[in-house]
Design a protein around this ligand. Structure first.
Ligand code: GLU
Length: 412
């Protein structure tokens, strides 16, 4: 399964590379990871016994700057998935124009089954195993699925313990008190909202109805921000179930229900729907904010939304994006739609480097400018080649990479 994720990532890139007639040797250079690390992390569990966890880090490509990307804690994460995610980071960082290469990490674990103490020891163990290879100018991790500011705090502290001094810029997504940035918590969702606003403006769509798949860190915040704009959110879902109300859901109450019951399930004044049904609703905007591979050639014909805002990593296949484009539906690809997270990570890193903190207003203004520009660049490329936004985003990013490879002397 996870091997398919890598195949899919490669497929997306290859479409862009083919259109640009990229030389085979350059394709080879850009599709092989620079470094892959795997560490065994022994953790003393609360029962007194040692358990060994496996951790990964892939530094895919650092031609445009130090490698950058989150760390995922998940029972099913494996090296193929981390490799795909680090490859996506390479292109995402180029699309949103931050001076980073692509990296990603992961630990095979189920954080829901770990105590806080176990989670802390595991997170510190990961840094102990990796500290030589990460750092502010080398490789800069951040949160991803099931990791959060507290985990980043333990990691920055462990790095401090080993190195003997503070290096805040070695990791981003930290708590504000420990060198974090204003706006980072909502950055992925907020960046997606800015991109969507730009798309709605470009295509003259007002007051869209919206369905959001995934009610976690990204999906829930996106739903809140979109509801605050006055847009009607008719459906949301989590891993258990979806809820639907054609008059619109009160997102603040749904999120209260979710925090009390751990699910959106059984929310009053709504009809239960499955995750599959949510994807096929007749709405203007669909926001897949949970899993990889949810829209593929299998269900693409049933998708009705005019815009698909890919807030998850890899939710829509390249093939599906192309089919949608032919039906005049626009899949705004992950490497554009969810790049607000790493954009504010970049701002956090800059603030750490200069030793100054910007206020939220300043961070959000900078984010908005970056996201709007990234959207315009992908939109223009899509028009230039009459191609779907996914392939256009790769074309735009690959061209940028090629320029750097010329300057570095790889392309004569
Ligand atoms: N994990 C996030 C992503 O997939 C953020 C990465 C970062 O901030 O470095 O884009």
């Amino acid at each position: 399964m996870a091997k398919d994720v890598w195949e899919e990532a490669l497929n997306q890139f290859n479409r862009g590379a083919k259109i640009l007639k990229l030389d085979e040797s350059i394709v080879e250079l850009l599709t092989n990871p620079k470094r892959i690390f795997q560490v065994s992390i022994p953790v003393r569990m609360d029962n007194g016994k040692i358990k060994v966890f496996q951790g990964f880090r892939v530094q895919f490509n650092d031609f445009r700057g130090p490698t950058k990307g989150g760390i995922r804690y998940h029972p099913n994460v494996d090296i193929h998935e981390v490799k795909a995610l680090s490859f996506w980071m390479t292109w995402k960082n180029a699309v949103v124009d931050v001076p980073f290469g692509g990296g990603k990490g992961g630990i095979i674990c189920n954080p829901k089954e770990l105590s806080q103490g176990e989670l802390e020891r595991l997170s510190r163990g990961y840094i102990e195993g990796m500290h030589k290879y990460i750092g502010s100018e080398k490789d800069i991790p951040a949160p991803d699925m099931y990791t959060n500011p507290q985990i980043m705090a333990w990691m920055v502290d462990e790095y401090h313990r080993i190195e003997g001094h503070n290096v805040f810029g070695m990791i981003t997504g930290k708590p504000l008190e420990l060198g974090g940035s204003e706006g980072r918590m909502q950055a992925t969702a907020q960046g997606g909202v800015y991109v969507l606003e730009e798309a709605l403006k470009t295509y003259n769509v007002t007051n869209p109805t919206i369905a959001v798949q995934g009610f976690g860190n990204v999906g829930m915040i996106a739903a809140k921000l979109l509801a605050a704009k006055g847009f009607k959110i008719v459906a949301v879902s989590d891993s258990k179930e979806g809820i639907y109300n054609k008059e619109g859901l009160d997102i603040a109450t749904v999120s209260k229900h979710k925090s009390e019951t751990k699910s959106v399930k059984d929310f009053p004044e709504s009809t239960a729907i499955t995750n599959e049904e949510l994807l096929e609703l007749d709405v203007e905007v669909l926001v897949p904010a949970a899993l990889e591979g949810v829209i593929t050639k299998k269900n693409v014909d049933n998708i009705k939304a005019k815009f698909i805002l890919e807030l998850a990593n890899g939710p829509v296949s390249a093939e599906a994006r192309e089919v949608l484009f032919k039906k005049e539906q626009i899949a705004i690809p992950d490497i554009l739609a969810n790049s607000g997270g790493v954009a504010v990570s970049y701002f956090e890193w800059v603030q750490n480097n200069i030793g100054y903190a910007w206020d939220e207003k300043e961070v959000l203004e900078k984010l908005k400018a970056k996201m709007s520009l990234a959207f315009d660049n992908v939109y223009e490329t899509s028009k230039e080649f009459n191609i779907d936004f996914g392939t256009a985003a790769y074309i735009y990013a690959i061209r940028k990479m090629v320029k750097v490879l010329e300057l570095r002397g790889y392309i004569k």
